[in-house]
Design a protein around this ligand. Structure first.
Ligand SMILES: CC(C)(COP(=O)(O)OP(=O)(O)OC[C@H]1O[C@@H](n2cnc3c(N)ncnc32)[C@H](O)[C@@H]1OP(=O)(O)O)[C@@H](O)C(=O)NCCC(=O)NCCS
Length: 174
C-alpha cells in the first residue's frame, strides 16, 4: 500500500469536500455548504473527519513551478452517545485503488472508541470490500434506501464494526 499523509479535516476544506463528493456521486452528491454546516453549526458538534492530501505541481502566470496541495479523499462522521456513524467516505476517482480509502478508514477507526456504523449501497462492491477488510459486518438491509435509478444501488446494507475493547484500552481510551 502507498503511504499517504492523513490529517484532520477543518472547516476550511469544505469546498474541496463538495467537489470530491460531486466527482464521486454526481447528481446524488452533497454540496460544499452541507459540509461547511458540519463544521460551523452547533447541532453538528462532535463531527470528526480526516483527509488525505497530496502535492500538486502547478505553474503560475510567470511559468514558475510551485507546489500546492489538494485533497485526494476524505471521511467524515460523528459519535453520538455510544455509537459512531460514518456519514460519508469519498476518494477522487483519479486516485481510486491507491490505498487512499484504506488510509482514511484506518485513521478514522483509530480515532474513535465506540462501535461504528454506516450504510452502503448493496451494489457498491468496492466500498463493501473496504469495510469488510476492517471488520465491518452487515447487520440489516434497508430497502429502497437510496433514490437511485440503478436497482443495484437502491437498497442499503447497514454495516457495523464492533469496538475492540482490548485495543481501545491499550490506547488508553478506557
Ligand atoms: C469506496 C472508496 C472510498 C474506496 O477508496 P479507494 O481509495 O479506491 O480504496 P483503496 O485503494 O484503499 O482500496 C480498498 C480495497 O478495495 C479494493 N478494490 C478497489 N477497487 C475495487 C473493485 N472495483 N472491486 C472490488 N474491490 C476493489 C482494493 O483492492 C482494496 O482491497 P485490498 O486492500 O484487499 O486490495 C472509493 O472507491 C470511492 O470513493 N468510491 C466512490 C464513493 C463511494 O462509493 N463511497 C462509499 C459510500 S458508502
Amino acid at each position: 500500500m502507498n503511504s499517504h499523509t492523513v490529517r484532520l479535516l477543518t472547516k476550511h476544506d469544505f469546498i474541496e469536500l463538495g467537489d470530491i463528493h460531486a466527482r464521486c456521486f454526481g447528481d446524488f452528491a452533497w454540496s460544499s455548504s452541507t459540509f461547511e454546516d458540519y463544521f460551523i453549526l452547533p447541532e453538528w458538534a462532535g463531527v470528526i473527519g480526516f483527509c488525505v492530501e497530496k502535492p500538486k505541481k502547478v505553474c503560475d502566470l510567470t511559468n514558475t513551478l510551485e507546489l500546492q496541495r489538494r485533497l485526494s479523499g476524505f471521511i467524515i462522521g460523528r459519535t453520538t452517545y455510544d455509537i459512531n456513524d460514518v456519514f460519508t467516505i469519498a476518494v477522487d476517482p483519479c486516485d481510486h485503488g491507491k490505498g487512499v480509502g484504506t488510509a482514511l478508514l484506518d485513521a478514522y477507526l483509530n480515532a474513535i472508541s465506540t462501535d461504528c456504523m454506516l450504510e452502503v449501497a448493496k451494489g457498491n462492491v468496492t466500498a463493501i470490500h473496504l469495510y469488510e477488510k476492517f471488520g465491518f459486518e452487515v447487520i440489516t438491509t434497508r430497502r429502497e434506501y437510496y433514490d437511485n435509478p440503478d436497482p443495484q444501488m437502491r437498497d442499503a446494507y447497514v454495516m457495523r464494526k464492533k469496538t475492540n475493547v482490548f485495543e481501545v484500552a491499550a490506547q488508553g481510551s478506557l
